[in-house]
Design a protein around this ligand. Structure first.
Ligand SMILES: Nc1ncnc2c1ncn2[C@@H]1O[C@H](COP(=O)(O)OP(=O)(O)OP(=O)(O)O)[C@@H](O)[C@H]1O
Ligand SMILES: [Mg+2]
Length: 297
């Protein structure tokens, strides 16, 4: 088991998007990466997984650099992308199977493992459906099946629950926990306080910098989304719009981590990762925490 390390990682385009970050994502643990829209989560995951070359510093896994000169990630890395990256005209099973075939798995075995991976996310019945016919929440779970089926050493999941109802979010968190339990580095970019709470470690970004999130904060109620009726898809997406550089950064403080290093002081639950004790009558805005100005109670 190896950790994933970022040392002095800086990323500049027309302005600096990441400022000299030093971070370790530990093997065998789930790490949440939170922060407002535009704070740099996707950029950081892209550098951590070898899709982008940092302007300075480096990301390493098992002592070797993640950037290989091409933008192709190392085989130890698997992504669940924020925009899913699925092929619309292929079936759900084919979209998953292709990831296994790309790693040299025999086609028949790849198809079988793809079907098993879809079943992990309760969408086995959708295996033969073309992805373009699926709902957003169903696509998100196909992307998760594809990301998890390859049993990578490093799993980087970018807002993997943004389209899911509470039940499916719990399912996904339990599956991510299984990945960590077999020794993988699991990093989850998220806006959802309940996802942060289910992780072992937490780092918060604001405008490309790590921010202090050491104050204990009470996590607000989690919102559930109505199932439109087929029992397998979520409702309203909560993915925020992508900020332009001129957008004001709405938030700094992030929820849930009482420990100073960003390491949480309780193990995340595996059977029911979404804590029911977070529910507070009358507190119906789970994202209020993310909009609270720095320093407010
Ligand atoms: N190719 C690019 N050129 C210029 N700016 C970019 C580019 N890609 C990202 N950015 C900017 O970099 C910043 C960080 O973007 P990033 O996608 O990493 O944020 P994020 O935290 O993942 O946001 P979200 O929560 O909306 O997904 C944003 O201000 C974005 O506009
Ligand atoms: Mg993003």
């Amino acid at each position: 088991m190896s950790d994933l390390r970022l040392s002095g990682v800086r990323y500049e385009l027309t302005r600096t998007l990441l400022h000299d970050l030093d971070l370790t994502f530990a093997a065998g643990r789930m790490t949440a990466l939170s922060g407002p829209s535009g704070s740099g989560k996707t950029t950081l995951l892209s550098i951590a997984g070898g899709l982008l070359r940092p302007t300075a510093g480096e990301a390493t896994y098992a002592g070797a650099p993640m950037w290989r000169g091409t933008g192709d990630p190392r085989p130890e890395v698997s992504f669940v992308l924020q925009v899913y990256g699925l092929v619309p005209i292929l079936s759900a099973r084919e979209n998953v199977s292709v990831a296994l075939r790309a790693r040299g798995v025999d086609p028949d075995e790849a198809d079988e493992r793809a079907a098993q991976a879809l079943a992990r996310f309760h969408i086995a019945d959708l295996a033969d459906r073309q992805v373009e016919e699926l709902s957003g929440g169903q696509m998100q779970r196909v992307a998760l099946a594809r990301g998890l089926c390859v049993e990578a050493g490093v799993l980087l999941a970018d807002e993997p629950t943004s389209e899911l109802d509470e039940g499916n979010r719990g399912l996904v968190l339990a599956e991510l926990r299984r990945e960590a339990d077999r020794g993988a580095v699991v990093v989850v970019a998220t806006h959802d306080p309940a996802v942060v709470d289910a992780c072992d470690d937490h780092h918060a970004l604001d405008e490309g910098r790590l921010v202090d999130h050491t104050e204990p904060v009470h996590l607000p109620v989690t919102r559930s989304y109505p199932d439109p009726g087929n029992g397998s898809t979520g409702g309203s997406p909560v993915t925020p719009s992508h900020d332009t550089p001129s957008d004001p950064a709405p938030v700094v403080e992030q929820g849930g981590a009482p420990a100073t290093s960003g390491r949480r002081d309780h193990p995340a639950e595996t059977s029911d990762p979404v804590r029911s004790d977070l529910d507070q009558p009358g507190d119906d805005d789970p994202y209020e925490l993310f909009r609270r100005p720095p320093g407010s109670p």
